[in-house]
Design a protein around this ligand. Sequence first.
Ligand code: ZN
Length: 450
Amino acid sequence: MKLKIAFLLLLLAILSPFPVQAEIRVDADFPGGNVKVESIDQGASRTGGEDEVMSPNASVSAQPSSNQEPTLSGANVVCVRPDLRDTKSNYFYFYFRVTGAENRTVTFKFPEKSTNFGAVGPNVSVDGGKTWKYLGEKDYYASGTKFPADQHEFTWSFGPNDSDVRFAFGTPYTQSNWDEFMAQYRAREDVRFETLCRSRLDKRDVELFRVPYLGQGKPRFYLAFTARHHACESSASPVMEGMISFCLSDAPEAQWLRQNAEIVFIPFMDKDGVEDGDQGKNRSPHDHNRDYVQELYPSVKAFKALIVKESEGIPLVFMDLHAPNIRGGNNEFYYSHGPIEMEKMNPIWNRFREKLTENQKDGTLKYESKRDVPGRSDGKYNSIRSFTGKDGNLSSSRVWIQGLPNAYFANCMEFGYSLCGNAIITPVSGRELGRNVMKTLAEILQEAKE
Ligand SMILES: [Zn+2]
């Protein structure tokens, strides 16, 4: 019987005027992957054509949600949502792969109760995650039109060779991106590739990249930089790459840094979260950047121990790199959080802002210091109390650093996911910004009195 059915199916396939198509598959089984698949309608089979058979879910796709002109298409419909895992509130990170959809037009529907996409829509890669382009990029650059905040779906027409197409909220960045960028420095003798600790799940190493002090006696400064306390905040990572590339460049300020400072970078504070594709922000019971009292996470415990041991008696400079919220207002810029209840740091912060304005003035990503958020003392946003929780048993990295006797300057910067002013953010423009951030830091430290 089974053989007969198989034979009939084979006969149908041969006689059919259209090729038999594979099943559409949606998955997140790769580093950084994150999706919850609600349903996949395998109904419609081809793109366009006058004799198109409409599926029950066929729809008119609307610009700017589609990568082709609006057509009445027999779109397959895939319903997905971000996989929140242990995130305590709703969040927006997703990164999934679609296979088996060659020659089909597929509409991806997201939950209608939340905003799902940034200012230029979802990001798309047709080369397995190597390069990315936002779906709304063309419209934004042509007419300044943003992807509508209340649009909960987009449509993609898969070409005959689109065997692996990926969609993400922002531009993903995982360990393979780090390894690829850092390969150029592997052979240098004046840097160290170290391990901060094992990750919480004991599956991975948490990287520490060191640019050792080359001068005599004690360094004048100890510089520490962290990223991805919140796993999904990938736009911070190219900025860190740019900071590293400036440190290792021949620029006079970079040479001065290496002669005067010990410098450490921790690219993935929540390493498991980054590789496993967690949102990370606001995870239960608290996220990595609220762990500076309780030390649930080995990377936080190890980072605190490293700083206390290595920077003792040396003026400490710290910058924590983040990405802000989904879209609108400040989220479509980058900005700096001012020192909190630390009067002595305010002049340094203001000098940093002044210099960064100058250094970034010809940069792709415009910096407007009016976007910065000064520290507060009233218990609201960017005050000490806003980081410490109801019972006072939480603390962020920056608040913890500020409390150390050798704290010289502690800062947190937020780098938007997709749009900065009127430019769409790319890894290239993120790196450019990072180089200027590091140059600015070097300049204000050079100005400091002996
Ligand atoms: Zn963050």
